[in-house]
Design a protein around this ligand. Structure first.
Ligand SMILES: Cc1cc2nc3c(=O)[nH]c(=O)nc-3n(C[C@H](O)[C@H](O)[C@H](O)COP(=O)(O)OP(=O)(O)OC[C@H]3O[C@@H](n4cnc5c(N)ncnc54)[C@H](O)[C@@H]3O)c2cc1C
Length: 489
C-alpha cells in the first residue's frame, strides 16, 4: 500500500465560528512584511475587498524592513542598464550548485526563478528605490539589487500604495486564531487590538504572511537543543513569534525544516539600540578587535564575528574596539552588500551609527574608553598593547588571527557595545502547493488558506537576496489566487 494512501476519513473537524462577525472582507492578510504587503496589493488589484492585519505598531518593524535590503532577481532593468546579461537559467544553475539538501521543492524554486526580475521591476514601480547591484556567493554575476538607504522603503512605499487603493492596514492588531467550516475551509480570523477582540470574516481566503519564529524562545526550544540559538534574540522583528505557524498547525497544516533555527555565528548585535544593529566582517577586516568585559580578546575575530563563544564570556556580552585610523579605512569592496545606516556597521557608515545615542563610545585613552564601555580598563589597555605587537609582527600566537590592520594606536579610540550574537532568521516553514495553498499533513489543500514569504516555502531557500525575492513573488501570487477564489463563507 502506498504510504500516502490513508487520509483518515474517520477524522471529522468541527466547525469553529464566532457568534458574530465584526467585519467582512474577501481576503484577510495576516502580517505586513513584504509578502503580506505584496499580497494585499495584488488581491486588491484583482478586485477583492482586502484587509491587512499587523500586530506591531508600524509597517517598518518586519524582517522585510530590517535587513540589508538585497533583492535577488535575474534580468532586471537595472542589470540591463549596467550591461549585465543575466537569465533565469543562469540563476537556477547558481542556486542549484549550492547542493542544499533541504532546498525548497523545484516546483516552487522554479516559480521564483522564472519570475526573473519582474518582482524587482514591480517593487521599483511601487516606489521602492534601488541604488546598486551586488554580487554575492553563489551568484556568478551581480544579481543582488540593493535598496537605497536600507530596507524600510519596502514598508513605507508599499503601505502608501495600499492606502491609495483604499486598503486598510490595521496596526497593533494581532491575529490569534483561524475560524473554519466543518470541511476545514478557513472562514475568518479572530484578532485582538489594544481595545477589543475583532472577528474578521474572510469570504474567499486568508493569507498567512506572519514571518518566522526567530523571536520565540519557546518555539525554538521545541525544535532545537542548541541553547545559544534558543536564548539569542532575533536580529529582525521582535513580533515574529510564530503566531502564524500555531494558527496553521491548529488546522492540521504540515511544516518542514523547523529545527533549522538560524545561525548565531555571524551576527554580533546591539539589541539595546532603537533598531537591532550589527557589525560586519568588514569592520574586523579593517583592524578592529573584539573583547569581553575583562578587556580580553577571546577568539580569532577574522574567522568569526561575534559568535556563540560570546555566551561563554562574563555577562555573555562583548565589545568592538578600534581607533580613528581604522575608522577611516574603508575596506568594503565595491558592490558588496553592506546595507546602510545603523543596520550593519562598517567603517563606511560609522557616522550613521553616531546618530544613535550611546551606540558609539569615544575617548582619548584606552582606559577612558574602557570606563565608558564598562570594560576593565587595565585589562583592555594590556590587550591593546599586546594586539599592537601582534599587528607589527603579523602573528597572533593566541588565536591565529591573520588580518591585523594598522593596530589600535590613533586617538580618539572607539568602542561599540555591549553586544551579543543574535539569531538571523529561522528556516521552518509550512508546506504549500504551487498556488501557495497550505497543505495538511496528508498533502491535502486546506481550503481557503494561503501562505507566502517565510511562512510558505516548503523548504529552504539558498542564495542571498532570494528570501525577499520569494516574499514578493509568493506574496503577489497568493494575493492573485486568493482574489480569484469563489466566495465560500
Ligand atoms: C538581519 C536580517 C537581514 C536580512 N537580509 C536579507 C537580505 O538582504 N535579503 C533577503 O532576501 N533576505 C534577507 N533577510 C530575510 C528576509 O528579511 C525575510 O526572509 C523576509 O523579509 C520575510 O518576509 P515575510 O513577509 O515573509 O515576513 P516578515 O517580513 O517577517 O513579516 C512578517 C510580519 O508579520 C507580522 N506578524 C507576525 N505575527 C502576526 C500576527 N499574529 N498578527 C498580525 N501580524 C503578525 C510581523 O510583525 C511582521 O510584520 C534578512 C533577515 C534579517 C533578520
Amino acid at each position: 500500500m502506498p504510504d500516502n494512501a490513508c487520509p483518515p476519513t474517520s477524522i471529522k473537524v468541527e466547525s469553529c465560528l464566532p457568534e458574530k462577525w465584526d467585519e467582512e472582507y474577501d481576503v484577510v492578510v495576516i502580517g505586513a512584511g513584504l509578502a503580506g504587503l505584496s499580497a494585499a496589493i495584488e488581491a486588491k488589484d484583482a478586485g477583492a475587498d482586502v484587509i491587512l492585519l499587523e500586530k506591531m505598531s508600524s509597517v517598518t518593524s518586519s524582517h522585510s524592513t530590517r535587513n540589508v535590503g538585497n533583492v535577488a532577481g535575474a534580468g532586471s532593468k537595472m542589470q540591463a542598464a549596467a550591461g549585465i546579461q543575466d537569465s533565469p537559467e543562469l540563476w537556477r544553475e547558481d542556486l542549484l550548485a549550492q547542493g542544499e539538501p533541504r532546498l525548497m521543492p523545484l516546483r516552487l524554486l522554479d516559480i521564483l526563478i522564472n519570475s526573473g526580475a519582474s518582482h524587482v521591476d514591480w517593487l521599483q514601480d511601487m516606489g521602492v528605490p534601488f541604488s546598486y547591484l551586488c554580487k554575492r556567493s553563489p551568484d556568478s554575476l551581480p544579481r543582488g539589487h540593493i535598496i537605497e538607504g536600507d530596507a524600510r522603503p519596502i514598508g513605507i512605499a508599499l503601505s502608501q500604495r495600499l492606502q491609495e487603493r483604499g486598503v486598510k492596514i490595521l496596526l497593533e492588531t494581532r491575529a490569534l486564531e483561524l475560524y473554519r467550516l466543518a470541511d476545514n475551509h478557513v472562514a475568518g480570523v479572530k484578532a485582538e487590538s489594544k481595545e477589543k477582540t475583532i472577528n474578521f470574516k474572510a469570504k474567499k481566503a486568508v493569507i498567512l504572511s506572519a514571518g518566522d519564529y526567530s523571536a520565540s524562545k519557546e518555539l525554538k526550544a521545541r525544535f532545537t537543543s542548541a541553547q545559544e540559538n534558543i536564548i539569542a534574540e532575533t536580529a529582525g522583528n521582535p513580533g515574529n513569534t510564530g503566531d502564524g505557524f500555531r494558527m496553521a498547525w491548529a488546522l492540521g497544516a504540515d511544516s518542514t525544516c523547523l529545527d533549522d533555527v538560524g545561525d548565531t555565528r555571524e551576527l554580533f548585535m546591539f539589541p539595546d539600540q532603537p533598531r537591532g544593529t550589527g557589525i560586519s566582517e568588514y569592520l574586523i577586516d579593517a583592524g578592529a578587535i573584539i573583547v569581553n568585559k575583562d578587556g580580553k580578546r577571546f577568539q580569532n575575530e577574522s574567522a568569526t564575528v561575534g559568535g556563540k563563544i560570546v555566551y561563554k564570556q562574563p555577562g555573555q556580552v562583548a565589545f568592538v574596539i578600534f581607533d580613528t585610523r581604522i575608522a577611516t579605512t574603508d575596506v568594503v569592496p565595491e558592490g558588496a552588500p553592506t546595507g546602510r545606516g545603523p543596520w550593519i556597521c562598517t567603517c563606511r557608515y560609522l557616522d550613521d551609527w553616531r546618530k544613535f545615542p550611546g551606540a558609539v563610545k569615544e575617548a582619548n585613552t584606552i582606559e577612558e574608553l574602557a570606563e565608558k564601555l564598562g570594560v576593565n580598563p587595565s585589562g583592555l589597555a594590556e590587550t591593546v598593547k599586546k594586539y599592537n605587537r601582534c599587528a607589527d609582527a603579523r602573528k597572533d600566537a593566541d588565536f591565529g588571527r591573520t588580518y591585523f590592520g594598522p593596530g589600535i594606536r590613533k586617538p580618539p579610540f572607539i568602542g561599540l557595545g555591549p553586544g551579543r550574537p543574535m539569531v538571523f532568521t529561522c528556516n521552518g516553514t509550512l508546506m504549500v502547493n504551487e498556488k501557495h495553498r497550505v497543505l495538511d499533513v496528508f498533502g491535502r489543500v486546506i481550503p481557503g488558506l494561503y501562505a507566502a514569504g517565510d511562512m510558505g516555502k516548503s523548504g529552504k531557500i539558498v542564495g542571498h537576496g532570494t528570501r525577499l525575492a520569494w516574499a514578493c513573488v509568493s506574496g503577489r501570487r497568493s494575493g492573485k489566487f486568493a482574489a480569484a477564489e469563489t466566495t465560500r463563507v
